[in-house]
Design a protein around this ligand. Structure first.
Ligand code: C2E
Ligand code: MG
Ligand code: MG
Ligand code: MG
Length: 280
């Protein structure tokens, strides 16, 4: 078929485009069945104290193993799910799966203090979200503060007024709220002050060049100072080097996650890595 396309006069670029479009159509189709076919899974990445290396939580990250195409990155399938109206089902699956895992670890004697779950903007806008979170907390009996919901900054600020209402209701349930990818979105400091947040996560793109790019040093320093002044806990994403840890600690950022400590791993590996000492 490729050869024919070539003979029919398609340029390489056109072929690539149409193959891309075909693959996209296929993903759109297959994604709808990914849950029932058991192709989705959560991985867990530890969140640690930068000073003492103690485990204080984990972030759940969704994975889609496509039977033919292999791992599809969340940066691809999450926006697709939103586009095709599947994010509601996917988000619910993630929330339920994450809470059930936390509960299962409790019962197995591995007490992870907190689990963070990402929420898409669509999910935040769904009227049933608060009731859903409440019912999952009830079903699992988890202490609400141990569930942390991460909201991407760029998205939340686009709908700040609506978001504030929902966030207040979620805080009312006792869950912990974090703003994700802070620094790269449409920051409005005025809104930030009004959002009922517990934590701010510095985007990994700033952490990446810390101690190498003076601009990123300055931005990171300012974000940490602002977070602390607003009374928010601050966590750095994408921590990969000891030099970054030193910089962050010196500025007052006490928590981090990143490849320096661990990549995201499946539930079994996470428990075996961290249940013994819960310390690194
Ligand atoms: P995020 O929430 O900001 O997650 C952090 C991303 O950085 C993850 O990518 C993680 O694997 C990666 N990461 C962690 N440490 C390091 C590091 O040291 N260096 C580098 N270079 N990267 C690091 P991942 O798993 O590919 O997820 C990408 C994004 O997809 C997430 O960004 C989040 O926005 C979204 N996502 C993932 N799972 C879910 C989900 O269950 N629901 C929703 N709504 N979004 C999700
Ligand atoms: Mg996140
Ligand atoms: Mg992030
Ligand atoms: Mg990020």
């Amino acid at each position: 078929q490729r050869k024919n396309a070539g003979r029919n006069g398609f340029s390489f670029f056109e072929k690539t485009m149409s193959e891309g479009a075909m693959e996209r159509l296929r993903l759109v189709h297959d994604l709808r069945f990914a849950i029932q076919r058991g192709e989705l899974a959560l991985q867990y990445q530890p969140q640690l104290g930068l000073d003492d290396g103690r485990l204080y939580g984990a972030e759940a990250l969704c994975r889609w193993m496509h039977p033919q195409l292999g791992q599809i990155p969340p940066k691809v399938f999450i926006p697709l799910a939103e586009e095709i109206g599947f994010m509601d089902a996917l988000g619910f699956w993630v929330l339920e799966q994450g809470c059930r895992q936390l509960d299962a670890w409790d019962r197995a004697g591995f007490r992870l203090p907190r689990l963070a779950i990402n929420l898409s903007v669509r999910e935040l806008q769904r009227p049933g979200l608060v009731a859903r979170v409440e019912s999952i907390l009830e079903a699992t009996g988890l202490e609400p503060a141990r569930l942390e919901l991460e909201l991407a900054e760029s998205r939340i600020m686009l709908r700040a007024e609506e978001s504030i209402e929902v966030l207040r209701a979620l805080r009312g349930l006792g869950v912990t709220l974090a703003i994700d990818d802070f620094g790269i979105g449409y920051s409005s400091l005025a809104y930030l002050r009004r959002l009922p947040l517990n934590r701010l996560k510095i985007d990994g793109s700033f952490v990446d060049r810390l101690t190498q790019d003076p601009n990123d040093d300055a931005i990171t320093r300012a974000i940490i100072a602002m977070a602390l002044n607003l009374g928010l806990d601050v966590l750095a994403e994408g921590v990969e080097t000891a030099a970054q840890v030193d910089f962050l600690l010196a500025e007052g950022c006490r928590h981090g996650q990143g490849y320096l400590y661990s990549r995201p791993v499946d539930a079994e590996a996470f428990a075996s890595d961290w249940s013994a000492g819960s310390h690194r």
